[in-house]
Design a binder for this molecule. Structure first.
Ligand code: FES
Ligand SMILES: [Fe+2]
Length: 322
């Protein structure tokens, strides 16, 4: 492989040199996943790219509930609530938006931020790249008071993001649970074998209790790539962030969020925030409309394969494959 651009410094030897299948550390993956799952989320679930919401309301199924999301341009906010009109049960997502309200298609009831006959809007957080909804905490079956609490917070726990970046978001769904998506990303050892089109060389250079760093060559074309150090960590139970910590594009972040859609179905949202200290990057950010679809296509290609990994892990856990 020929690596272009700034090589990551300092040179770091791989932690181990035996074959990847022998290195793949299932105990570590399970432990890191269990600790991530125990982290608080504040009840926040990533829904979609902020850019995905246009002038019309949209339906999203989140954790078994149909919700409607719309843009309140009057107040500069994204709003969400149950996709169920409190009058006679119409789908609000099939209505329209007028003066910041979602208007029911059946008899014209307008709803915004005030509860109405049992209909309650839900807290929404727009981080500029993704929007999130805060679901009401449901007491866990069999839990004592205070046990396993995930108290609501004012905002989701976001990983550190670069101040200036080209942002691209990919969303797809898979037949699995959020933990299967996170477990896939906690396994860097599959990279070169499962995605040979994207990774030319990959070795683990640091492995701590809750984070793992790899030195990896991303293929640009054929035998040409760029070499970076990428660190993975989980800021909340359903997010894994990859941060470029050395080499080309240091400070760039790829956030993978796994949001339950319903039993056995998960939405995978991947936000790439690409940055560079190179002088040409300012120009590149003007052309982000051209770069963004390219990043989204690359993320979708990788996730089409990784969703298959997550789905198989889910089927194995459920004893569907013997
Ligand atoms: S069902 Fe929505 S206004 Fe009647
Ligand atoms: Fe992968």
């Amino acid at each position: 492989m020929i690596a272009l651009g700034a090589a990551p410094e300092p040179p770091r030897p791989p932690l181990r040199t035996d074959p990847d299948w022998a290195q793949a550390d299932l105990r570590w993956i399970r432990g890191a996943l269990a600790r991530a799952s125990a982290r608080p989320s504040g009840g926040w679930l990533a829904v979609d790219a902020t850019r995905a919401l246009g002038a019309r309301p949209r339906r999203y199924r989140v954790d078994g509930r149909d919700l409607v999301a719309w843009r309140d341009r009057e107040r500069g906010r994204i709003r969400m609530g149950p996709d169920l009109c409190p009058h006679m049960g119409a789908s609000l997502a099939e209505g329209h938006v007028e003066r910041g309200c979602v208007v029911c298609p059946w008899h014209g009831l307008a709803l915004r931020s005030e509860p109405d006959r049992g209909w309650r809007p839900l807290p929404v957080f727009d981080d500029g790249v993704l929007f999130w909804v805060q679901m009401p905490a449901e007491p866990r079956a069999g839990a004592d008071a205070g046990e396993g609490d995930d108290p609501p917070t004012a905002r989701p726990a976001l990983p550190e993001r670069p101040p200036r970046a080209i942002a691209a978001v990919m969303r797809m769904e898979a037949r699995c649970e959020p933990q299967d998506v996170i477990a896939n990303r906690l396994d860097p050892w599959h990279g070169v074998h499962f995605h040979p089109h994207s990774f030319g060389r990959l070795c683990v250079v640091d492995q701590q209790e809750d984070e793992i760093t790899v030195r990896v060559v991303y293929r640009i074309a054929w035998r040409i790539g760029i070499e970076v150090d990428a660190r993975f960590h989980c800021p909340d139970p359903r997010t894994i962030a990859m941060t470029i910590v050395a080499g080309e594009g240091t400070g760039s972040v790829v956030e993978t969020h796994a949001t339950p859609v319903g039993p056995g179905r998960t939405a995978i949202l991947e936000a790439t925030l690409a940055t560079s200290s190179r002088p040409g990057f300012a120009l590149a950010s003007y052309t982000s409309r051209l770069v963004r679809p390219w990043i989204e296509r690359a993320a979708r290609r990788l996730w089409t394969e990784d969703a298959a990994y997550a789905e198989r892990r889910y089927a194995l856990r459920r004893g569907e494959i013997r």
